[in-house]
Design a protein around this ligand. Structure first.
Ligand code: CMP
Length: 489
């Protein structure tokens, strides 16, 4: 706002100064011409001799008409700015350029005709206009295109099939962009490669135009495929969940994922989704493809490609599958709560861990969900967020080597917070069974964990929150965890 008015003010002041200077010059010229009219006429008559054609009076009146025309034009421009400026200020009505131009033309023509009849009373204007057929034909031919555009522009304004800000696609060449201006001559659109395309109104009126209005929920289709071995029900579920959380996908309508075709290389699907801001559809399509990739990776789904490779897949843990068992053992042994574990125990934990990758902005854990596993950040960064008055509040940022998700795992309660990937993040998931085995041989671990959980719970409480209940204290937690895991008290 501030930047806007700072930029527009000098422009406005410049225009005003120019207008005042032009008006002053026109008034001065009129004043001088009227004052010296008698002398000029005498001079002209003297120079041109008796019975000149045109007469000195005609020449003088023509100059007067010209000067009055200039003054009239300036007056109409001022009237235009005043009238439409007031309409915008008072009623927020932003009149289209075409309407402003028509107003200027009509008002100026009326003023001009008044001045003409006043200066040339002997000329019958009606007869002049109706009888000069040749003049009309020449003018008509010369203005054929201009008038075509003009009337097409009027019909566009009257119909209002689209407005400034809408995304449109015009004609066989399929020019797509955001409408920037609709003038008496043409429609100006800005394409998504930041080019400006100007389409004459008369051409636009002849072509089909696809309109995606700004306030409308416009839909898009994005295509993908999977191997025939992947279950369609799973693929549809995973894709729908991945798409509905992407930015700019409208939460008002659930995306639709359906099979388009049983193709040569795999099952072909389409995702139909609705956008909040249609002008950003390129980015949103791309984000959806990215989310699909990550979601497929985690769900073990595969995109189809034209190969005839035979895959033999064995279910394996993160360490076995990616061959980075060493790095995973190293990561887990650096986690403070696992420090008391022996090398052998850490190795077993690494065997049981499953690695997942998340895209930036994706949710790893959703508050309120049930949870039966905890996570260690292997690579990347996550944020722990709680909802406060409908807005997310970040309570902690966890880096490589930090863990989360232990609260629900150890207490059996629902997840207490959302955990969102800040960048592309790899996490190691450790399930209930693996933790139970660890607790059985390391009972002290339960205690240190109960301290951490109690501390994190404090962090979750809103600043104005009530005092921690007894069951949330570390002692209460300790016995709750032991009960949950069936350990001796
Ligand atoms: P859980 O409740 O299973 O799921 C959300 C997780 O966010 C939770 O476990 C903790 O691991 C983590 N978490 C909650 N509060 C905090 C906090 N104050 N600091 C760090 N991590 C937290």
């Amino acid at each position: 706002m501030i930047k806007d008015s700072a930029v527009s003010r000098p422009v406005f002041v410049n225009k005003l100064l120019l207008f005042l200077a032009a008006s002053a010059a026109a008034l001065l010229a009129i004043y001088l011409f009227w004052s010296f009219e008698a002398s000029i006429r005498t001079l002209l008559e003297h120079r041109m001799g008796a019975n000149p054609s045109p007469s000195a009076v005609t020449i003088i009146n023509t100059v007067k008409l010209l000067l009055l025309g200039i003054l009239g034009y300036l007056f109409v421009r001022a009237l235009n700015s005043l009238f439409f400026g007031l309409a915008f200020r008072l009623k927020r009505i932003d009149a289209p350029t075409l309407i402003r131009n028509i107003f200027t033309i009509v008002a100026f023509t009326i003023l001009f005709l008044i001045a003409f009849t006043f200066l040339f009373p002997e000329v019958n204007l009606g007869a002049l206009l109706t009888t000069s057929a040749i003049f009309g034909v020449i003018l008509g031919l010369a203005l054929q295109d201009t008038l075509g555009n003009f009337f097409a522009g009027i019909s566009l304004q009257a119909d209002r099939p689209f407005q400034v800000g809408d995304v449109i696609t015009v004609g066989a060449q399929r020019h797509t962009g955001v409408v920037e201006e609709i003038s008496w001559r043409a429609i100006k659109i800005r394409t998504f490669t930041n080019h400006v395309v100007v389409i004459a109104n008369s051409n636009a009126a002849r072509e089909p135009i696809e309109v995606c209005p700004r306030g409308n929920l416009n839909a898009r289709l994005v295509f993908f495929n999977t191997l025939y071995s992947d279950s369609p029900a799973k693929a549809i579920h995973v894709a729908r969940e991945a798409v509905r959380e992407a930015e700019n996908v409208s939460p008002r309508v659930t995306p639709i994922v359906r099979i388009r075709n049983l193709g040569d290389n795999g099952v072909d699907y389409e995702v139909k989704y609705w956008l909040e801001d249609y002008a950003k559809y390129n980015d949103t399509d791309a984000l959806i493809r990215q989310r699909l990739w990550y979601a497929f990776r985690r769900a073990g789904l595969n995109f189809a490609y034209p190969t005839r490779t035979l895959y033999v897949e064995r279910h394996s843990t993160a360490a076995q599958r990616d061959g980075d068992g060493g790095a995973i053992v190293e990561r887990l042994s650096a986690v403070d709560i696992f420090a008391p574990l022996s090398v052998e125990e850490t190795g077993k934990l690494a065997q049981a861990a499953v690695k997942h990758v998340f895209a930036p902005g994706e949710m790893v854990i959703r508050a309120g969900d049930p949870g039966s596993s905890m996570f260690v950040v292997h690579h990347g960064r996550v944020q722990v967020q709680v909802n406060e008055n409908g807005r997310p509040r970040t309570v902690a940022t966890l880096n490589e080597g930090d863990f989360f998700g232990e609260m629900a795992l150890f207490t059996g309660e629902p997840r207490t917070a959302n955990v969102v990937a800040v960048e592309e993040t790899e996490v190691l998931e450790i399930g209930h069974g693996a933790m139970k085995r660890i607790f059985e041989t390391n009972p002290d671990l339960v205690e240190s964990l109960s301290f951490i959980i109690a501390e994190r719970r404090q962090g979750l409480a809103s600043p104005s929150g009530a005092a921690t209940p007894e069951s949330h204290s570390s002692a209460g937690l300790l016995s709750a965890i032991k009960r949950f895991f069936g350990l001796s008290q």
